[in-house]
Design a protein. Structure first.
Length: 374
């Protein structure tokens, strides 16, 4: 005769929030390090506007992380590609800006400004100041022709341009330069998107893999390799797959965290209620499902067995009891799981075999696994 009791257990919501908060905080730290590296290498000035925008968004996400970790995670995922694109875009633009033609022409601009300093000291000073204050190097490089034309007008013998006039002219040139730079940076970003995708995927793997069981980590890394090895020419499609990979990682980590909490609660509760508990172990069923098995017993041969899957479902059974005597152990174990450890128990279903035969020895019967509602 067998008494069997089956139920689904779902972990507390706080586990998910804390896991999301910790993971997102790791990404935030990585983004800050990436931006700091760009600044230290002197690349920020080539993507200044985008750099400032990323830094501002990152601070907002960090503030949001305290009150709404899930929203912070989504904003962090959206920001990741933009952050990792900066270095590649800046390097490409730096090479273009440092082109010999630009360097030679800039020397000519400064030389002519110095030559005219004696004749038009105030204009020369204002001119140099405007060039120094033109922080975005790409927009300046794209407007060199117009800057040269303005220089010829300002320093001609017939010129009557004042410093205020010069300020207005430069303001117009800078605006046009920024518009051109925005278009150019978008083209460079598209050309380097595959490299950026590799950086994004590597960051996800570095942070996520360490939080997964060995087998899950191996599978996750293999999935990341597949994304980078396929559709290498379709960067946009890669971005979609990277986003899906990140979502899967979140789900796996969250489920694993919930399962660990559930395993810990069940193990502790069984010991506290007088069972001798074997060390939990992970097994894989014939259909490839990995489960944590917890087996506990009493000296009389009574046995309790729990199976916890990664999706949060939990099957447990009490057997080798006589009659309905297992009710006593069920009444000891299950309430503690709910009251002491906050494990919610729902959708219970009891299967009894000859419950009124107090002397009959119960035999195992197939267990029923309930899906987790959590």
């Amino acid at each position: 005769m067998l008494n069997q009791f089956n139920k689904v257990c779902s972990g507390p919501e706080r586990v998910a929030e804390e896991r999301v908060r910790n993971t997102t905080h790791s990404f935030i730290d990585r983004y800050y390090n990436e931006l700091a590296g760009i600044q230290q290498q002197g690349l920020a000035e080539y993507v200044q506007e985008c750099y400032d925008s990323c830094l501002s968004q990152l601070r907002q996400i960090e503030f949001c992380l305290v009150s709404d970790p899930f929203m912070a995670r989504e904003r962090s995922k959206s920001l990741g590609n933009e952050v990792y694109a900066l270095r590649n875009v800046a390097r490409t633009i730096k090479v273009q800006v440092e082109d010999a033609r630009y360097q030679q022409h800039r020397v000519e601009l400064e030389s002519r400004a110095n030559a005219e300093k004696l004749r038009k000291a105030h204009i020369s000073s204002a001119w140099s100041e405007q060039l120094r204050n033109w922080i975005d190097k790409l927009s300046l490089n794209l407007m060199l022709k117009e800057v040269k034309e303005l220089e010829q007008q300002v320093f001609s013998e017939q010129s009557s341009v004042t410093p205020q006039d010069l300020f207005v002219h430069f303001k117009e040139l800078k605006q046009k330069g920024l518009e051109k730079a925005t278009i150019h940076r978008a083209l460079v970003e598209k050309e380097t998107q595959h490299i950026t995708n590799c950086d994004v995927v590597q960051a996800i793997v570095d942070i996520v893999s360490s939080s997964l069981p060995a087998e899950e980590s191996k599978k996750f890394t293999a999935q990341a390799d597949v994304i980078l090895s396929t559709n290498s020419q379709d960067a946009i499609e890669q971005l979609k797959e990277i986003d899906q990979l990140s979502d899967r990682a979140d789900e796996i980590i969250e489920n694993e965290a919930v399962r660990k909490e559930t395993v810990k609660a069940i193990y502790t509760t069984l010991k506290a209620t007088g069972f001798t508990v074997q060390k939990p172990k992970i097994v894989e069923s014939k259909d490839g499902v990995r489960e944590v098995i917890i087996v506990a017993s009493r000296p009389a041969g009574n046995r309790a067995k729990f199976k916890i899957r990664l999706d949060g479902s939990c099957t447990y059974e009490f057997d080798n009891y006589k009659g309905q005597t297992c009710k006593k152990d069920i009444a000891l174990v299950l309430p503690k799981l709910s009251e002491v450890y906050g494990v919610d128990l729902s959708d219970s279903r009891v299967v009894w075999s000859n419950p009124d035969d107090e002397d009959a020895q119960m035999k195992p019967i197939p267990s029923l696994t309930m899906n987790s509602k959590g």
